[in-house]
Design a protein around this ligand. Structure first.
Ligand SMILES: [Zn+2]
Length: 138
């Protein structure tokens, strides 16, 4: 549905390029809604549904993956392996990457906090505010 921008006359015919009343060029046709091709390739269904049901991980698989991740060295090793190839399952790979990322951010924050604390302690000790307590006997 188009209207002339000059005089506002309704242009019913999609083929017409100029206004019937004033002769000014009409705005271009809005793009036709592209009909979605329905793929009927057997029982496979549309492309975006063609994942096999076993793709991804079940709750139990997630549970055991997280359980393995919590093992100190083995977990890190598996996260590295699964993050960079080593598994065909994208769910497992993404989970591993997310865990590695979280671990990395945690390590950075922890290092920063430790450095900050060390500087604080050092500056307080070197300022002379805190002196060694005098021996106290009673
Ligand atoms: Zn017009």
């Amino acid at each position: 549905m188009r209207f002339c921008k000059n005089c506002g006359r309704f242009a019913a015919d999609p083929a017409q390029t100029h206004c019937l009343k004033c002769g000014k060029p009409l705005p271009p046709l809005p793009p036709e809604p592209v009909p979605q091709p329905e793929e009927k390739t057997g029982t496979a269904g549309p492309l975006y549904h063609r994942q096999t049901p076993e793709a991804g991980m079940t709750t139990v698989e997630y549970f055991f993956t997280l359980l393995v991740f919590s093992i100190p060295l083995v977990g890190l090793l598996l996260q590295l392996i699964w993050s960079f190839s080593g598994t065909e399952d994208p769910a497992r790979r993404n989970l591993s990457r997310a865990y590695l990322l979280r671990k990395l951010i945690g390590a950075v924050l922890l290092t920063a906090a430790a450095a900050f604390l060390a500087v604080m302690v050092w500056s307080v000790l070197s300022s002379g505010i805190v002196t060694a307590p005098t021996p106290y006997y009673w």
